[in-house]
Design a protein around this ligand. Structure first.
Ligand code: HPA
Length: 236
């Protein structure tokens, strides 16, 4: 057991899908994994292990934001020797080049978070995806018939969902950020530190330029495509 995960050593697979929402973890386990078993429900942050096409896979909720995500990522890496983490999340589009329901494979992430400033003594670190996972995800997306467009580019990992100063996001958009979410920058940083593989794939659930939003049913459908893509990349 680690501080926030109630699994015994060996109960968590080397490869983990990492949604923010613990109920999404349950949905993934029920809809994609064979013989899935719950290994932790501490603080309601559900984790399951099962198999997908013969590969042992776990799916662990991360919670929202970098502080919560970092607790689970650190414990997965340090206490359970997890080697590969693929975040499967949602994001808000920041540019009209991106459409609602599109899938973004993040090659890197900018942030407004203070976490990396503390970690790097005020200097700027560039958190990037593991290249083998990134390549596998792009190749898998090219082989799949997807209803949504797939983009490879930068996410902006914000510490605030409800920002009072949205104009602070503008320079990031001007320099290529496609969408905002709240976890990827921290995940890529921790994985690099521990020499593990991490990738973040997000579907666009809402659009900050056009103000469109997906319905719950649409989110489920697009989410399914993204999970299939993530599983293919993680097991390639
Ligand atoms: N902001 C931050 N995180 C998000 C958003 C958003 O608009 N949409 C989905 N995740």
């Amino acid at each position: 057991m680690s501080t926030h995960i109630a699994a015994e050593p060996g109960q968590i697979a080397a490869t983990v899908l990492f949604p923010g929402d613990p109920l999404r973890a349950k949905w993934i386990a029920e809809n994609f994994l064979d013989d899935a078993e719950l290994y932790s429900e501490t603080r309601g942050m559900l984790g399951f292990t099962g198999t997908w096409q013969g590969h042992r896979i776990s799916v662990q909720g991360s919670g929202m934001g970098q502080p919560s995500m970092a607790i689970y990522a650190n414990e997965l890496f340090d206490s359970y020797d997890v080697q590969t983490v693929v975040r499967v999340g949602s994001c808000g589009a920041l540019t009209d080049r991106i459409g609602l329901r599109d899938i973004i494979i993040a090659n890197g992430a900018c942030t407004d978070s203070g976490i990396n400033r503390v970690r790097f003594h005020g200097q700027d670190y560039a958190p990037v995806a593991d290249f083998s996972l990134l390549r596998a995800a792009v190749e898998a997306s090219e082989r799949m018939t997807l209803d949504s467009a797939v983009h490879v580019g930068l996410l902006f990992s914000s510490d605030q969902f409800y920002s009072t100063r949205p104009e602070l996001t503008e320079p990031f958009v001007d320099h290529g950020a496609l969408a905002v979410e709240m976890e990827t920058s921290g995940l890529y940083t921790l994985a690099a530190y521990r020499r593990r593989r991490a990738l973040s794939i997000c579907t666009v659930s809402d659009h900050l330029v056009t103000h469109e939003e997906t319905t719950a049913l649409e989110r489920e459908q697009t989410f399914g495509d993204m999970i299939e893509l993530a599983l293919r990349a993680a097991t390639a």
